[in-house]
Design a protein around this ligand. Structure first.
Ligand code: SF4
Ligand code: SF4
Length: 202
């Protein structure tokens, strides 16, 4: 019969439509929209009816490994000074497939020799393809992939050093498992160095 498929499709839509209201009634008194509990219910196996996320009022939880644009990690010293981990080695810029990272190294004004600290650091957000290779290859855990994806703009976005810099605490808040693993590896490396130094002083 002609049109059988269309009728079937329409009946599915109608069923979803009605189930949405029935589920709303079942959830009376609880927040089915705008809460993590409501989102989890609607996208879980017990969810009925329309399960569309009402963006931007609602957002799906972001998994730890989600990646958008890179940012530079800094550690805060006791005096409040921000210490970027980046040594301006340039590895991230070399491995970046679309070549959207630009780094200018600092130099010692007295000797003219390079200092392991970026004077300037730019990432062209419109070219970045979110591959994460820069973060994978950085030997100093200095560049990491961010979760912030709400950057829509009518203009070209090129982030400079100030805009890219975010604290180690922020990094730990969005990628706790990764940060814990890296912190443990750094602590083990530092302990091994101390042990070697102690042995050589004997
Ligand atoms: S972010 Fe990492 S890889 Fe890139 S220049 Fe800085 S230290 Fe080197
Ligand atoms: S995420 Fe990929 S494309 Fe973006 S800056 Fe890093 S290496 Fe380049």
């Amino acid at each position: 019969m002609y049109g059988k498929g269309i009728l079937k499709g329409l009946s599915v839509s109608a069923k979803r439509f009605i189930e949405t209201y029935l589920d709303d009634i079942r959830w009376l008194g609880r927040k089915r929209y705008g809460t993590q509990e409501g989102i989890a219910h609607r996208s879980g196996k017990d969810g009925r009816g329309i399960f569309t996320i009402q963006y931007p009022e609602e957002k799906l939880p972001t998994p730890e490994e989600f990646r958008f644009l890179p940012f530079l990690v800094y550690d805060e010293r006791e005096n409040g000074e921000k210490n970027l981990r980046c040594t301006s080695c340039g590895i991230c810029a070399k491995v970046c497939p679309p070549q959207c990272i630009w780094i200018v190294r600092s130099t010692d004004p007295a000797t003219g020799r390079p200092i392991p600290d970026p004077a300037e650091f730019y990432i062209d957000a419109d070219i970045c393809m979110n591959c994460g290779l820069c973060a994978e290859y950085c030997p100093f855990d200095a560049i990491k992939m961010d979760h912030d994806y709400e950057l829509a703009s009518g203009k070209r976005i090129v982030f400079d050093k100030a805009a890219l810099s975010k604290s180690a605490e922020y990094y730990e808040s969005i990628r706790p498992a990764n940060a814990a693993r890296e912190n443990a590896a750094r602590a083990a490396k530092a302990a091994a160095h101390r042990e070697i130094a102690g042995t050589s002083n004997v």
